[in-house]
Design a protein around this ligand. Structure first.
Ligand code: ATP
Length: 302
């Protein structure tokens, strides 16, 4: 396999089909040492399938998946990863503390219980039966289990879904600390602010294909849209009819305009309203870029 030393996991032209559904359409994906890679995409895009190939739960129908330059099914490679997946079945009769001990026993060099508890913030759950925990508590326990082995690569599939704000912040802090220790993280999320806060690189998947890849800044920059906010007496309907204006919303005397040509629109606003104030122009966030990229992909697929 032609892989440089910074690649810890790779899909090469990987395809996967479930009967009539083409879940992955020959995708290429590299995960590099020590980075947080966010996999984004609408429901059914193929994110979970991509992860399941990389962790060796499934095999590609075509192309290749490698983990630390080995087959993802290899025990040596799997011992170097931790995973928090969407479908997880754990023994119902064990407490969280017992599960942590069980998972630690799989590794030659496990993380200490104290470290796992501190990182995942599960001190309050250790004596509780896993099966009786709430959905959010189970996610926190699953995160703790993913940390048991000093992983060099963590797969986190929608880790913060259903978590309260405190638990989410604890998880973000833990991810940052692990990355500081050199761990790579593959994260899928529908919370774009999460990708924006954590990711070094973003890969957007739609219909089983990579439709955009780059840093958060690069993905944002692919979208020319800007958001203009101001206080103005001009009628929203009139502004909405100007060229390159995508949308106008009014909240009292405040107007928000989304446009592809901010300079032109700002000049016209100032020309038509001498009383205009509190002018603010912002670049598109990841959320706007994501909507635009995936709707383009949707049109192409149609
Ligand atoms: P979500 O954001 O909803 O979790 P995803 O991007 O993770 O979506 P996948 O779970 O990888 O998407 O699914 C990709 C496609 O493959 C979907 O159309 C899904 O319905 C289909 N699919 C996934 N697993 C199976 C399966 N075991 N059997 C049949 N179809 C499947």
């Amino acid at each position: 396999m032609n892989s440089d030393s910074s690649t810890v996991a790779r899909l090469s032209k990987a395809g996967k089909r479930y009967a009539a559904v083409l879940a992955l359409d020959g995708i290429d994906l590299d995960v590099r040492r020590g980075e947080v890679l966010a996999l984004l995409g609408p429901n059914g895009a193929g994110k979970t399938t991509a992860i399941s190939l990389l962790v060796g739960l499934q095999q590609p129908d075509s192309g290749n998946a490698t983990l630390f330059d080995a087959a993802p099914q290899s025990l040596a490679a799997r011992r170097r990863i931790g995973a928090m997946l969407q479908a997880t079945s754990l023994p119902e009769t064990l407490t969280v503390g017992e599960l942590i001990e069980l998972f630690r026993s799989y590794y030659a060099r496990p993380r200490t219980v104290a470290d796992i508890v501190a990182l995942a913030g599960v001190g309050d759950l250790l004596g509780r039966l896993y099966a009786k925990l709430s959905g959010g508590q189970q996610r926190r326990a699953q995160f703790a289990l993913a940390l048991c082995g000093h992983a060099e690569l963590l797969f986190l599939d929608e880790p913060t879904t259903g978590l309260d704000i405190d638990a989410r912040e604890t998880m973000w802090r833990a991810i940052r600390r692990l990355v500081g220790e050199g761990c790579a993280v593959v994260l899928t999320t529908h919370y774009l602010e999460e990708a924006e806060a954590l990711a070094d690189r973003v890969v957007v998947i739609a219909h089983g294909r990579v439709v955009a890849a780059g840093s958060v800044g690069e993905i944002r920059a692919r979208v020319a849209q800007k958001r203009i906010r101001c206080v103005s007496a001009l009628a929203g309907d009139a502004i909405a009819s100007w060229p390159d204006v995508r949308s106008v919303t009014r909240d009292g005397d405040r107007i928000e305009i989304v446009t592809d040509a901010a300079e032109v629109v700002v000049r016209r606003l100032l020309g038509e309203d001498a009383t205009l104030s509190e002018l603010e122009v912002r670049r598109a966030g990841l959320a706007e870029a994501f909507v635009e990229i995936t709707s383009e992909a949707q049109k192409e697929a149609a």
